[in-house]
Design a protein around this ligand. Structure first.
Ligand code: 4NP
Length: 152
């Protein structure tokens, strides 16, 4: 099983959106038995909560299921367990390194560095723009899945 973990700050806006979109793509390609998808936040504020209502609403618009999404905190153990650890922005990558004590590990990547955009996924918790985030996360997930398929 190839294990993918999306990481943001609160695990209620961006990384659960990425988890849901990636899970949907993986299911549509018939790869659910081969690729598992999860998400976590580096912060602890929202542990146990469902995704932000803006994330739920946007995913519903695109018929992407949000079933089973519950916020949890990223831990050092995740670093050992997952094959792809995908942060949404540069500060997520720094926070991941701080928690794992392993800076510059190649399995830790910023999502949009896999795409031509090479930038942070804006945080809709602050921007309020869930559409912009949806579009960027979708593109990132599409490219990430192609990368994983080539590498497995
Ligand atoms: P996320 O957005 O990292 O995309 O889930 C945030 C959600 C909550 C907070 C910050 C960012 N917060 O400070 O509570």
């Amino acid at each position: 099983m190839v294990k993918v973990l999306f990481v943001c700050l609160g695990n209620i806006c961006r990384s659960p959106m990425a988890e849901a979109i990636m899970r949907d793509l993986v299911e549509k390609e018939g790869l659910s038995e081969k690729i598992s998808v999860d998400s976590a936040g580096t912060g602890s504020w929202h542990i146990g909560e469902p995704p932000h209502k803006g994330t739920v609403k946007k995913l519903a618009e695109y018929n992407v299921s949000t079933e089973g999404l519950v916020a949890r905190q990223f831990s050092k153990k995740d670093f050992e367990e997952y094959d792809y650890i995908v942060g949404m922005d540069e500060s997520n990558i720094r926070n991941i390194s701080r928690i794992t004590g392993q800076p510059d590990d190649p399995k830790v990547v910023r999502l949009l560095d896999l795409t031509d955009a090479k930038k942070d996924v804006p945080d809709p918790y602050y921007t309020g723009d869930f559409q912009e985030t949806y579009d960027l996360v979708s593109e990132g997930c599409r490219v990430l899945l192609e990368k994983i398929k080539k590498e497995m």
